[in-house]
Design a protein around this ligand. Structure first.
Ligand SMILES: Nc1ncnc2c1ncn2[C@@H]1O[C@H](COP(=O)(O)OP(=O)(O)OP(=O)(O)O)[C@@H](O)[C@H]1O
Length: 250
């Protein structure tokens, strides 16, 4: 049996009297792009906040790469390789695209630069950061301040930052939100290229993107998984159509 990279086991979360995560179990397998879809208020953000450690579940367990991280802080999970890219862009606006990625490469590499001189260190940081920018199609914008990038380019920059972290799991919270049709298509093709290298959990309302990218889709309704399956079977499932997709499949 394949060991899941991430295993959510019987998670439960209440906000006051409202049960937002309801005995939820879900496995993310090596290399898969696992999309999480569902109507507004279904509990998707609350769930990924529990995965990244911003919110503690009231009950249940979160196992990441074989270890129990239920009680671990977000930075501890990040150190283990759990990378999350936020719904609201989180780049440093006054730094160039290259500097934004270089900072992450530097933080990750840490003490491995101890024996290098400043110039060699600088060159190595830049070349690693540049190759992450290349992978997301932003190399030609390397010297532009993040504040001056388009919305879609900033989303791509976030992906480059996530790549530079060399994650064991990448959690993406609505990467297509606020992007136009063209930018969204460009992000889909970047994700097409990245997928398979590490598992990705993708929360996204753009169903075209979800069905183009996902290996498996989980549908969340009222804090519960209604169904997990291949995109084609989810898309044609009467329960899913009734609860969420409606006309979107037409
Ligand atoms: N900190 C909180 N305190 C109280 N209620 C909350 C809190 N965070 C979320 N909720 C409620 O929990 C429910 C699920 O919210 P959540 O943001 O997880 O849904 P979602 O599926 O991500 O929605 P969307 O697609 O609109 O982003 C909603 O009813 C929301 O109002």
């Amino acid at each position: 049996m394949v060991e899941p990279v991430l295993s959510l086991q019987g998670l439960r979360k209440n906000f006051g009297g409202l049960r937002v995560t309801d005995d939820l179990s879900l496995d993310v397998l090596p290399g898969e792009l696992h999309a999480l879809i569902g109507p507004n208020g279904a509990g998707k953000t609350t769930l990924i906040n529990q995965i990244s450690g911003l919110i503690s579940p009231d009950a249940g367990r979160i196992v990441f790469c074989g270890g129990d991280v239920t009680a671990s802080a977000p930075f501890e999970r990040a150190k283990l390789g759990l990378a999350r890219s936020f719904q609201i862009t989180s780049t440093l606006p006054n730094f160039s695209a290259l500097e934004n990625v270089s900072l992450v490469v530097q933080a990750r590499s840490g003490s491995s630069y101890r024996f290098l001189g400043d110039a060699a260190k600088e060159a190595d940081l830049s070349s690693q950061a540049m190759s992450a920018l290349q992978e997301v199609g932003l190399a030609h914008r390397a010297d532009i301040q993040a504040a001056h990038l388009s919305h879609g380019e900033r989303r791509a920059l976030e992906l480059a930052i996530a790549l530079a972290m060399q994650p064991k799991l990448l959690v993406l919270d609505e990467p297509m939100a606020g992007t136009g049709r063209e930018e969204s298509a460009r992000l889909v093709s970047v994700l097409q290229r990245l997928k398979g290298r590490f598992p990705i959990v993708l929360v996204e309302h753009d169903m075209q993107a979800v069905f183009a990218l996902a290996d498996r889709v989980s549908v969340l309704i009222y804090g519960r998984i209604l169904m997990t399956g291949a995109p084609a079977s989810v898309r044609s499932d009467p329960k899913v159509i009734a609860a969420y997709l409606g006309d979107e499949t037409a």
